[in-house]
Design a protein around this ligand. Sequence first.
Ligand code: HEC
Length: 429
Amino acid sequence: MRNVNALAIAISLPLAALAAESGKADRPVTFTKDVAPIFQKHCQSCHHSGTSAPMSLMTYNEARPWARSIKERVVRRDMPPWHLDKTVGIRHYKNDRSMSDDDIATVARWVDTGAAQGNPADMPPALTFPPDSEWFIGKPDLLVTTDQDFAMYPSGPDWWIDQFGEVKMPEDRWIKAMEIKPSNAKIVHHAVVYAIEPDAPEGTPEGGVMLHEFAVGKYGDIFSDNTGRLLKAGTRLRFDMHYFAVGSEQHNKTTIAFKFYSKGEVPKYQVRSIPIRNVPNDELDIPPNTVVRTDGYFRLPRNARIDAFQPHMHMRGRGMTLEAINLNNTTTILSSVDHFNFNWHINYIYSDDVTPLMPAGTVLHMIGIHDNTAANPRNPDPNMWAGFGERSVDDMVQVWLDVVYLDDAEYNKLVAERKAKSSLISRKQ
Ligand code: HEC
């Protein structure tokens, strides 16, 4: 309908009016009117002063010198960091910070047409960010801080190191929310915290199971209603830290904060973190100058709801896909990361109305792609063989899933609710 109207206007109006009609496309793109709102939505949570991001993008004067680099990163979809192939699998994520094609085009046009400021009166009111001292999740019930201070040299390559902290509490508790804060965020690119449980079942990775991750711009995670994860008394936490040098010696300790359900309260939906990897792990074989595919499988022992997907690879990691092999032998792609970047550990959290619901027996299939050629910009040395290992120059292939197991009654209920909702939506259209 709309296209037909546009066509009628195009035929009947003189050219000048036509330009006015099509609006934004033909008026100059300016920072204050067009770009600042996009930066507020997609960039400034990380790019404001005092964070580890390399520059602030709050004002025109701060952003202007970076225009060329901004266009490059945005068009390549390197910034904001969100590495999913948006054309396949599940499309809705709670923490999606990616940009629409329109917004990308606007930023590119702004740069291509001279990166003008525009009328200062068009500038939207400035955003404010919570002070570093504040916990986004609210007042924590428990804080666990790394035992040892870490000193980072003034200059040199990035540094990856494990630090540890102990969970000291008398009994197991159900986690409602978690948040990680380094004491010196300027030098911390990321922190991933793993739980090494006192009585972990056989086959659990030695380094523990994924608990939570931090990177600049991230302010904690709060579980959905009646959903939580068990933190066992006596758990040891492994903080997998990525530091970078900033020109002077710097120190850091990292703290993870927990909010719990009240004592004795047990959430109905219990999240566990499940890794899928190629077993045994030392089979990972990435010869020099090759692109290698590795597969891993996990058969769901019970009905399940999958809440989140987090690929884990190192520098040669290029892509990872998770698909379900259904009981009727069809396959469904759940999520696919097509431009993985080891600098970022992103947990892709499915929106509540699209979390995959899978019956017991469904096989989850992980496909990892490592690129050990010179075409991979993060490859430290394409002429070197790589295999499984903890060091960042070694590699890994594994996906962490947040899984909630469901009994038959609960599973059938959720499937029925989902069906009812989707038929409601299709009737509205
Ligand atoms: C989640 C936090 C985060 C968000 C959101 C984010 N950035 Fe970044 N950005 C970073 C960090 C950290 C770096 C430096 C490390 C890296 O490149 O991974 C960076 C690097 C960059 C660089 C490269 C700077 C250089 O040194 O050349 C540009 C340009 C950039 N960001 C632009 C943007 C723009 C534009 C947006 C929004 C459209 C954006 N970023 C959103 C965190 C973020």
